[in-house]
Design a protein around this ligand. Structure first.
Ligand SMILES: C[S@@+](CC[C@H](N)C(=O)[O-])C[C@H]1O[C@@H](n2cnc3c(N)ncnc32)[C@H](O)[C@@H]1O
Length: 379
């Protein structure tokens, strides 16, 4: 997890300083604080602090902090991190620790490592995260919603749906991870004629959509596997696009016909669960990893059971964990699988009313599931 981007640290330092010094108005402080705690940069620092004592000094102490008294620093740290006033014994403990040479970063780290902070942090709607279950909170994130609109899709919450979520989240994640650039090369596996390919063609150097383009998918559902897209890609374009930047190729995701290390991004949306089972899905993830450049990003969206028995073409949590646990791949952050503990939902019955919206959590009989989105780095 890269934490040492100097700009991230500088921004964090500024935000912390404003909070600690109390320079902001109460409303601004609340906004700043929630943004800070929800930011991926803060999350990265938490992970680093949790990973062992040696990492404790990774955050360089801003000299300006010394203008605040030790007692005030501890009080504000409690308010910011634990959301409550410091109790007498905690205050005395940390002030004494500072008096005997503990650093202020060390105090923040101890609070972040406490069980109390853990519990509070788990409950925060961290709507900037990348690895998560399809998350309604993203519709409140302006940066994310801008991407959704740029795809020509509605931002109306009543028509919230997993498919637009996957498209926007793919772009949001790849951009935040620095993988989506004008010179990027991108492959999609089980691509059909998905809309997001055309958006990518307008923003990246080379985009290849691959799919079997045969069998049942030629005729069923949205005819995603229709081979006609290889002959007439422009007929499926939702908006004008740079035709020279996008090609479609017939290819089995389990055996990609590309050299090792060819792409900056390899992704697959709502497809891998249809490839024939766990063994086939694992083979596909390994192939996607193989064709990625070192440091490249693998983005995977598939069906994740949140309640009930197994069902064809869905993954139970343990199966999904095993699927992405492949050599040469590393999750960019832990997956937030608790989204639907924070959001009330009623699962859309796919047998009775498959077109009902909002369409974020669905079910086949007793199997309730949603989309999981994971971003992994090629190590
Ligand atoms: C539900 S569709 C999803 C298409 C597209 N990703 C989207 O989001 O609109 C699943 C796709 O997987 C393709 N597919 C099935 N097995 C495949 C395999 N072994 N290799 C590549 N594509 C496959 C199907 O042809 C179909 O187009």
């Amino acid at each position: 997890m890269p934490v040492h981007d100097p700009t991230d640290l500088q921004n964090l330092e500024e935000a912390l300083w404003t909070l600690v010094a109390g320079g902001a108005l109460p409303g601004q402080r609340r906004t700043l604080l929630s943004r800070l705690l929800c930011s991926p940069e803060f999350h990265a620092i938490c992970l680093e602090w949790r990973s062992g004592p040696a990492a404790a000094h990774a955050l360089e102490e801003p000299g300006r902090w010394s203008a605040t008294s030790q007692e005030r620093f501890v009080r504000v740290a409690y308010e910011c991190l634990l959301g409550r006033p410091a109790d007498d014994s905690g205050l005395a403990h940390y002030v004494a620790a500072l008096g005997s040479g503990e650093t202020r970063t060390g105090v923040l780290r101890s609070l972040v490592l406490s069980e109390e902070f853990e519990q509070r942090y788990r409950g925060l709607p961290r709507d900037v995260q990348l690895c998560e279950l399809a998350n309604p909170a993203k519709w409140d994130n302006e940066e994310w919603v801008d991407l959704l609109r740029s795809l020509g899709l509605s931002d109306d919450k009543l028509s919230m749906h997993r498919k637009p979520y996957e498209f926007a989240q793919l772009l949001f994640g790849c951009r935040r991870l620095g993988a989506l650039r004008a010179d990027s090369t991108i492959v999609s596996v089980g691509a059909g004629h998905e809309l997001v390919l055309y958006w990518l063609a307008n923003h990246a150097r080379r985009v290849i959509g691959t799919d079997l383009y045969e069998g049942v998918w030629r005729h069923m559902q949205g005819r995603e596997g229709n081979p006609d897209v290889m002959r007439r890609p422009e007929a499926y374009a939702p908006f004008p696009y740079r035709q020279a930047h996008l090609i479609f190729m017939q290819m089995d995701g389990r055996h990609l016909a590309f050299r090792d290390g060819s792409f900056d991004i390899a992704y697959s949306l709502s497809s891998i669960e249809h490839f024939g089972g766990m063994r086939e899905a694992v083979a596909t993830v390994r192939e996607m990893a193989r064709v990625l450049k070192p440091g490249g990003v693998l983005a995977l969206a598939t069906e994740y059971v949140i309640q009930g028995p197994s069902h064809d073409e869905t993954f139970q949590p343990a199966e999904f964990a095993a699927l992405i646990d492949q050599p040469g791949l590393e999750l960019v952050e832990p997956i937030d699988t608790q989204v639907y503990r924070r959001y009330a939902h009623s699962a859309v019955d796919l047998y009775k009313n498959p077109f009902q919206t909002p369409h974020m959590v669905v079910r086949f009989n007793d199997t309730v599931f949603t989309t999981v989105m994971a971003f992994l780095r090629r190590t």
